[in-house]
Design a protein around this ligand. Structure first.
Ligand code: FAD
Length: 398
């Protein structure tokens, strides 16, 4: 498939229209730092040491990388970010990004927090979806055992039942409040267990429209087929299939485990194969929009462009509630802001949580934005371009 892009994504003036000169300068500084791998490595080590020594580093982090990628320390504190995005017709998806303790108490606390995001989202168009990760509310080793048809001991049976109850509680609450809910995708060794539970939730709550969305990782070579099978089941049983499409985040982990355990790597043979299946899945969803609702979670310009082309071909209105594009807060604003300004439905994952607790999330974003093979990160180049553009504009006005 030829990789072209929609010129609208090149418009950096719209991409950064929410940022003042000062904010843009700050983002430039931050991304130029992250661009250097050695600085990211030193930064990570210093932050870990700083927290271990109880040094007062939260303020500095909050003012820099945290502000770029997170909404706030709690739901209330994220209001400024929700408002800022709403001004540009971009929805917020409050993503509680605290990797809590793997204990019943930790899982219960996370469940309560997810219920609070549903409360906050109810009736507010600026928060079009809620989201949760199964790993935040369930023991992964138990899910893995269930997937392998291994016998569970008494404690594990209780743990599994409690996890299913939490999921049921969250989904029922979303349904009651008419709030659409994403279930994030996980590693392949627990995903089948997740799928089975989520499809049961869809059977129950997606009868009139899609409330519950499962996530499909197209970097898996079996996923396009899985998606089609899920659609067949939904059609046969008469429920709506909520689909969040992503490429997938655990490629290295998947490959490493497959190699270690001696089974076939579940990941596609190449990036091109992932891209092809991702775009084919987009096309499939749009063609079957009668009982599918789609959110394309991607920073890939071509896929975002391809989706708009498929929508136009199928005669789907840009603001049709069944189709959304989503990106992460602080990333790919050129896609989010430009699509939104053209009238498409767009939402951003807005991670939130106390500074120290979201550090693993922030480290992942920093890693992602380091220069690769001598090339500056995409975000850095775009911010640089916008600064140049603003400078030239000011010079012209003088
Ligand atoms: C809103 C949103 C929600 C998300 N939710 C989830 C989730 O629930 N679960 C989850 O796992 N991830 C999730 N992600 C992350 C996502 O899976 C991707 O890792 C990330 O978005 C990068 O892919 P991309 O489509 O943006 O674009 P690109 O930058 O074009 O693609 C990069 C991706 O391509 C794939 N890839 C790269 N190299 C190869 C290769 N050699 N062979 C095969 N495939 C390759 C990998 O998936 C890699 O992440 C989410 C992302 C967003 C924006």
């Amino acid at each position: 498939m030829e990789v072209t892009t929609n010129p609208i994504f090149e418009d950096v003036s719209i991409a950064f229209s929410s940022k003042t000169d000062k904010q843009l300068k700050k983002a430039y500084f931050l991304f130029s730092m992250m661009n250097r791998r050695w600085l990211v490595n030193i930064g990570k080590a210093s932050v870990k040491l700083g927290f271990a020594l109880r040094l007062p580093i939260s303020g500095v982090i909050r003012n820099t990388i945290y502000d770029q990628f997170c909404g706030g320390i709690d739901i209330e504190d994220s209001q400024g970010t929700i408002d800022e995005l709403a001004k540009f017709n971009i929805g917020s998806i409050l993503d509680y990004s605290v990797e809590g303790a793997d204990t019943d108490r930790g899982f219960e606390e996370t469940t309560q927090e997810i219920l609070r995001t549903i409360d906050r989202s109810a009736g507010d168009d600026n928060i079009p979806f809620c989201v949760f990760k199964i790993t935040g509310i369930a023991m992964t080793n138990v899910f893995e055992k269930v997937q392998n048809h291994e016998k569970l001991n008494e404690k594990e049976v209780a743990s599994f039942e409690a996890s299913k109850e939490r999921i049921e509680k969250i989904c029922a609450y979303a349904y009651k409040n008419d709030v659409r809910l994403f279930v994030d995708a996980e590693e392949s060794w627990i995903q089948k267990t997740v799928d089975d539970i989520v499809y049961n939730m869809m059977r129950k709550y997606n009868k009139e429209k899609a409330i519950i969305y499962n996530t499909f990782q197209m970097y898996r070579w079996d996923m396009l087929e899985n998606l089609k099978k899920a659609h067949e089941t939904a059609t046969k049983e008469g429920f709506h299939l909520g689909i969040k499409l992503v490429r997938g985040a655990y490629m290295e982990k998947e490959a490493e485990r497959a190699e270690r355990k001696g089974y076939k790597n579940p990941i596609q043979v190449s990036k091109a194969a992932t891209d092809l299946d991702y775009n084919t899945a987009l096309e499939y969803c749009v063609e079957n929009i009668d009982n599918i609702a789609l959110c394309s979670g991607s920073h890939n310009q071509y896929s975002n462009y391809f989706l708009t082309v498929q929508m136009e071909k199928a005669g789907i209105a840009r603001n049709d509630e069944r189709v959304y594009s989503a990106q992460l807060y602080g990333m790919s604003d050129n896609i989010s802001f430009n699509l939104a300004s053209e009238g498409y439905n767009v939402a951003k994952y807005v991670p939130y949580g106390p500074v120290k607790a979201v550090m693993p999330y922030l480290f992942r974003r920093a890693e992602e934005n380091t220069a690769m093979a001598g090339q500056s990160s995409r975000e850095f180049l775009m911010i640089k371009e916008e600064m140049k553009r603003r400078k030239a504009e000011k010079r012209q006005k003088k």
